[in-house]
Write a protein that binds this ligand. Structure first.
Ligand SMILES: Cc1cc2nc3c(=O)[nH]c(=O)nc-3n(C[C@H](O)[C@H](O)[C@H](O)COP(=O)(O)OP(=O)(O)OC[C@H]3O[C@@H](n4cnc5c(N)ncnc54)[C@H](O)[C@@H]3O)c2cc1C
Length: 409
């Protein structure tokens, strides 16, 4: 095995959006970073994943890599209309003159994750940050002095700190002895991406349809993003998700919900049961390894907290590591990493609960929730807040996690 020393370069496992943001956020703080990625450089990252990017995430990206947030704003779509239907009838619709607000960074933008990642790769190139491809992390050994890592290409690395941003199946997580705890959504969801068509006639709106009679009484969510549409169909309890996501059936869903002209534009279909889990610790016992993004938590996507909170983890992990590296005492360095764990575990709990509330609401088993929805739908015509409740509730609460100023109390 050939040895390799990375001096003071901080290692990051995973070149997903969280690993790449961690590298950019370290670079912005004057710390060298190196990314170790399991897959090959020519991999295909297409597929239905994050589209909704919160304004706070755009601001973080702009702060750690000037121009990156702005690029996403330019690329993304800010839809002006939100609309909700209940069993075939509209119960709420609102169109905003300035849906993104009045600042340079809008409240949100909608851009496919594959494009977000392309912009991140460009930013890494500009910053001179290397990705070592085909270099999946296989073993992690941490001590009070630093971390030793072995990768699949037979190399051995030494680093003062390792950030595990290696996704839901994280090797770094299992190597530090952390475990996922939580549960899984009951129903399945079918998620499809559909390319936009020329002179797209669809209004630029986010549409939620409760118990849509045209698709067998299933909930339907349709969201625009730059270049296309995300169609999300919530299966009923006894549905066979695999059968429903077959080519013929998906064409039928798209024909019914969107129109004949979109049928040949389906680019990606996946089925999910969403996990709602977080690691029992985000840092190792020596405070040298930090978990971030899906290595640390998996959230149902309602409320769009997955990548958004992962990018917040990345920024805070970089901040903790940068301070720890400059610390004159081991105790202060340790505290910084510990504080990272405390803050982001608390944030993850909050995000899990928020995504869980959305999931609970959508799966609709709880009689009180069912009754509240029915009542709201019955009065929505003449009481707008009831319609607004129906429009808002599928995404869970709006709040952001409380900021923890110290992990000591
Ligand atoms: C249908 C759907 C819709 C979603 N919508 C949204 C949304 O609108 N907004 C939002 O914020 N989030 C959304 N998400 C969640 C978002 O996609 C994820 O949170 C995000 O991809 C997590 O990024 P990550 O970098 O942590 O992990 P990943 O994207 O999984 O990246 C991990 C990286 O680590 C690499 N890797 C794996 N093992 C190793 C190893 N041993 N060593 C080195 N590298 C390794 C992988 O190859 C990969 O490159 C959605 C998810 C789904 C499924």
């Amino acid at each position: 095995m050939s040895g390799e020393t990375t001096d003071d370069s901080v290692l990051i496992a995973g070149a997903g959006p969280v690993g790449m943001t961690t590298a950019l956020a370290l670079h912005a703080r004057g710390v060298d970073a190196t990314i170790l990625e399991a897959e090959s450089e020519d991999r295909d990252r297409s597929g239905s994943r994050a589209i909704y990017v919160h304004g706070s995430t755009l601001r973080t990206l702009e702060r750690v890599s000037p121009g990156l947030g702005a690029d996403l704003v330019e690329e993304g779509v800010v839809w002006p209309t939100r609309r909700t239907c209940w069993r075939g009838k509209e119960v709420f619709s609102r169109t905003y003159d300035s849906p993104g607000g009045h600042g340079e960074i809008p409240h949100f933008t909608s851009v496919p994750q594959v494009r977000t990642e392309e912009y991140m790769h460009e930013a890494l190139d500009e910053a001179g940050i290397d990705i070592h491809w085909d270099a999946g992390v296989e073993t992690v050994e941490s001590t009070a002095e630093g971390v030793r890592v072995e990768t699949a290409d037979g190399r051995e690395w030494e680093t003062p700190y390792l950030v595990g941003a290696d996704g839901g199946g994280s090797t770094v997580r299992s190597e530090i002895g952390a475990n996922f705890e939580g549960d899984q959504s009951e129903n399945s969801f079918i998620v499809a991406d559909v390319d936009e068509i020329e002179e797209d006639p669809r209004p630029l709106e986010r549409l939620f349809h409760y118990d849509d009679p045209s698709v067998g009484g299933r909930n339907v969510l349709l969201v625009p993003f730059s270049g296309g549409w995300r169609l999300d169909i919530q299966c009923l309890g006894d549905d066979d998700a695999e059968e429903l996501s077959s080519d013929g059936q998906m064409r039928e869903f798209v024909r019914t919900v969107m129109g004949e002209r979109y049928v040949d534009n389906i680019t990606w279909v996946s089925t999910y049961k969403f996990l709602q889990v977080m690691a029992d610790t985000f840092v190792d016992e020596h405070r040298r390894v930090l978990l971030a993004g899906e290595a640390a938590h998996l959230l149902a996507p309602f409320g769009a907290r997955g990548m958004n909170s992962g990018i917040a983890d990345a920024d805070e992990a970089a901040s903790a590591v940068a301070v720890a590296l400059r610390s004159r005492t081991d105790g202060v360095a340790r505290d910084e990493v510990e504080l990272y764990g405390a803050r982001r575990e608390k944030a993850a709990k909050y995000n899990l609960e928020a995504a869980g509330q959305a999931l609970e609401y959508l799966q609709g088993e709880d009689p009180e929730t069912v009754l509240r929805k029915e009542a709201a739908a019955a009065i929505a015509d003449y009481f707008e807040p009831a319609g607004e409740y129906l429009d808002d509730a599928p995404y869970g609460p709006h709040g952001a996690p409380p900021i923890v100023t110290t992990g000591n109390y």
